[in-house]
Design a protein around this ligand. Structure first.
Ligand code: ADP
Ligand code: ASP
Ligand code: MG
Length: 419
């Protein structure tokens, strides 16, 4: 069995959904476990509904109507008015409407998961129905019957034992001669009390990886709008090249330093079972893409990563004495208390140099706490660039015409913060 994952871009309109069916047709003799994201930008719109509901600004219903219209317009092109899928999709919308009718009395994060998870439920119902309509026998599966988590709303932690057991007892029997495909949702799971949880934004890649692990898939395939893993995000860097193969550890490093092509948690469950991850283009189905596995290529080219919207902090003691262990402890305690991750850190005798991503909801409080204890020089709107397997030319390219705040070299990895 293979596990496939299709993201929002590959399902954003009728033409793209038909394209997904065309890809799947080529694999019709295989057992496929297919994980789908919400269509297009549906998840962003659902997040708006949640914030409007809590702010009571009266906009939630309008945004919901908009999402409904978009899905119905797609369905009108794919289905006949009498098809069952209309009732299934309608039931899913009714669930949000019920929530919105009441005043909010549960926590924001709990309600978020109950509402935002609907994007994947809608897309999976539409995709499963369409595959059946075009003669590709498909079973729709509620991922919440398999993927079990704790109750950390919006960042749920997987209960591996329960999920593994469900993969065997619930999923395996679904594959039959008449229905070789199973379609389910990425991003969502459920608690032991069957409340819906989500795994964090962009989490559908991770879902597919969890299912691949628990089902002992022979391979996982994610279909993207790029030819594979490139030597940099093509939206940020010019002249990038496709990497034909990379080893798991390289992919882990790339996601750590900010390559958004796969969710950072995706690699580990696959690596644990030596399951190859194939990154393929949904625009060019037959092209080879990138294989991420235990095999390394003979050589890596320089690989570029970017973290935008960085803040550079130059931190010193108020009396300009050496920064030693107790100060360092205080500094880290402040960052930890706001759950803020430091992207790059360097110290000298009297200074700590830090690069962090701007966090709109906590930045002011963080700076207030830091300034109580330290002197701080602050620069906004910086970019943190990382190069794996750097060359002097690649390093020079990133610094060209920019103000360099600080740079750092460790084996195989160069980082520079520029403004
Ligand atoms: P999905 O719809 O499957 O969730 P994403 O939009 O999350 O897909 O991921 C694909 C995008 O990742 C590409 O459009 C590209 O801009 C970006 N990206 C970032 N780094 C890389 C990289 N190194 N190689 C390829 N794509 C990258
Ligand atoms: N739909 C979710 C999101 O947009 C999960 C995903 O697409 O991976 O974050
Ligand atoms: Mg994504």
């Amino acid at each position: 069995m293979k596990v496939f994952k299709f993201g929002g871009a590959s399902l954003r309109d009728v033409e793209n959904i038909k394209n997904v069916a065309a890809i799947l047709k080529k694999f019709s003799s295989d057992n496929l476990f297919i994980v789908v994201s919400a269509m297009g930008k549906t998840t962003n719109a659902l997040e708006l509904i949640v914030s409007s509901y809590f702010e009571r600004d009266g906009k939630a219903q309008g945004v919901l109507n908009d999402i409904r219209q978009k899905h119905e317009a797609i369905m009108a092109d794919l289905f006949d008015p009498s098809d069952d899928v209309y009732a299934q999709v309608n039931d899913t919308f009714v669930e949000i409407e019920w929530i919105l009718e009441d005043e909010p009395h549960d926590t924001y994060d709990y309600v978020y998961d109950q509402i935002v998870s609907v994007g994947e439920l809608l897309s999976s119902k539409i995709v499963a129905a369409y595959l059946n309509k075009v003669g590709l026998g498909t079973t729709w599966l509620d991922a919440r019957d398999v993927l079990k988590t704790d109750e950390t709303w919006r960042e749920a932690v997987v209960n591996w034992d329960a999920t593994k057991e469900n993969a065997q007892t619930v999923v395996k029997p679904l594959f039959t001669e008449a229905a070789k495909f199973v379609v389910t949702q990425g991003f969502i799971g459920s608690t032991k009390d069957n409340n819906t949880t989500t795994l964090g934004r962009e989490g559908s890649d991770y879902s597919a990886s969890i299912f691949s692990h628990c089902l002992d898939a022979e391979g996982m395939y994610i279909w993207k709008d790029v030819p594979g893993v490139l030597s940099g995000d093509p939206r940020v860097f010019k002249d990038v090249v496709k990497l034909d193969k990379i080893r798991y550890d390289e992919a882990v490093e790339m996601t750590y330093y900010g390559a958004t092509v796969v969710h950072p948690r995706t690699i580990q469950p696959l690596m644990a079972k030596n399951i190859p991850l194939n990154v393929r283009s949904f625009l060019d189905h037959d092209a080879a893409g990138t294989v991420i596995s235990s095999e390394a290529p003979p050589q890596y080219p320089p690989i570029f990563m970017a973290e935008r919207n960085q803040i550079f902090l130059k931190i010193s003691n108020k009396d300009f004495t050496f920064l030693v262990e107790p100060h360092i402890r205080d500094l880290f305690e402040i960052f930890t208390s706001y759950h803020i991750f430091i992207n790059l850190l360097q110290n000298s005798g009297a200074y700590f140099f830090i690069s962090m991503t701007h966090v709109p909801d906590r930045q002011k409080e963080l700076m207030r706490d830091l300034r109580e204890k330290f002197d701080i020089e602050e620069h906004l709107n910086c970019d943190l660039f990382t190069i794996r397997h750097p060359t002097p030319e690649a390093q020079a390219l990133l610094k060209e015409g920019k103000r360099v705040f600080f740079e750092k070299m460790i084996p195989d990895t160069y980082q520079v913060l520029v403004g």
